[in-house]
Write a new protein. Structure first.
Length: 321
């Protein structure tokens, strides 16, 4: 490109011839101007316009965000199903198999330890991603707890026949007409101290020497002779958290460690210990807590007989022991 300069003497334009440095400087000015325009163009374009790749990534991000929201909704549905399974587990399966419910604190325990989600922080949608990951971890924990619970229930179900044979389920002596039923569970007048105390068992009046039966399968845990308290007594460990006590016996028909079955003769009615007359004092112990024996005669009582026994055993008078 030629450049010209006005010559006032000749009143004409003389052509300016640039040297190497001149051409280099001119080239640099054009280059810098072009570079500035390019940078300005890129800035404006990137600020207000998206490239095809950016548009594609934006659409993908929106789709991923939508998918995370859908996943969160599905996780909520899974959590609802797990909560329903937990309710059935505790209130149906475990109730039938007489197992303790799993504590809520165990089922809903959080995921402890260090920050497990540090790698997910620092992104535009980090909160959504971290919340989804947390929900997934909680659900996985619940699934694990429920799976372990079902494993236990399967084992309990396998042992159900053995458990049914072991749980106390009959009267400890022959009492078809229920006339031998005496004082039952509750506050009664003590025959010796003449004060009102809680009677933790059921008394059966019977002649000395009357046979006493094991009310469920088990192992004899204690055979004790005593002149005080329960007098001569036997404790049978039935397993599954159950024990039974047979007190004030005259004599024994078993020894410690012996296996017995429901209906086996284990001893004979007596009048030993703190007793004011021949009778059998019978207790049922579940998980180390004494419970009302009246609830454990379902194998040999009709509904009418059961109601009659409750009425007889509710007598609030004096006990034999």
């Amino acid at each position: 490109m030629a450049r010209y300069k006005f010559n006032p003497e000749s009143l004409s334009f003389d052509r300016i011839r640039l040297g190497f440095r001149g051409w280099l400087w001119l080239l640099c000015k054009y280059f810098l101007a072009g570079l500035l325009i390019t940078v300005l163009y890129v800035f404006v374009f990137s600020k207000f316009f998206q490239s095809p790749r950016e548009k594609l990534l934006t659409r993908e991000n929106e789709q991923l965000k939508l998918q995370f929201e859908i996943i969160q909704e599905k996780l909520k549905n899974v959590d609802d199903i797990l909560n329903d399974l937990a309710q059935r587990d505790d209130n149906l399966y475990r109730a039938i198999l007489e197992a303790e419910p799993i504590p809520h604190s165990v089922r809903s325990a959080g995921i402890g330890g260090i920050n497990r989600y540090a790698d997910l922080e620092g992104y535009e949608n980090s909160e959504l991603i971290i919340n989804t990951a947390k929900k997934l971890d909680v659900i996985l924990k619940k699934i694990y707890v429920q799976s372990r619970s079902y494993d236990q229930i399967i084992e309990l179900a396998k042992n159900k026949e053995q458990m049914l044979a072991s749980i106390p389920a009959i009267q400890p002596l022959t009492n078809n007409d229920l006339t031998r039923t005496s004082s039952g569970w509750g506050y009664r007048i003590h025959p010796i101290y003449k004060i009102k105390i809680f009677h933790y068992g059921l008394d059966f009046a019977a002649p000395i020497g009357t046979e006493v039966y094991a009310t469920g399968n088990g192992i004899v845990e204690r055979v004790e002779r005593s002149l005080r308290g329960y007098g001569n007594n036997i404790i049978i460990n039935h397993g599954f958290g159950y024990k039974t006590l047979y007190a004030h016996l005259n004599d024994f028909n078993v020894k410690v460690g012996q296996k017995v079955k429901r209906g086996d003769v284990i001893g004979f009615v007596g009048n030993t210990g703190f007793s004011t007359g021949p009778h059998l004092h019978y207790e049922v112990i579940k998980n180390n807590q004494k419970v009302n024996p009246i609830n454990y005669f379902y194998n040999d009582l009709t509904p009418a007989q059961y109601d009659m026994m409750i009425a007889i055993s509710s007598n609030a008078g004096q006990t034999f022991d």
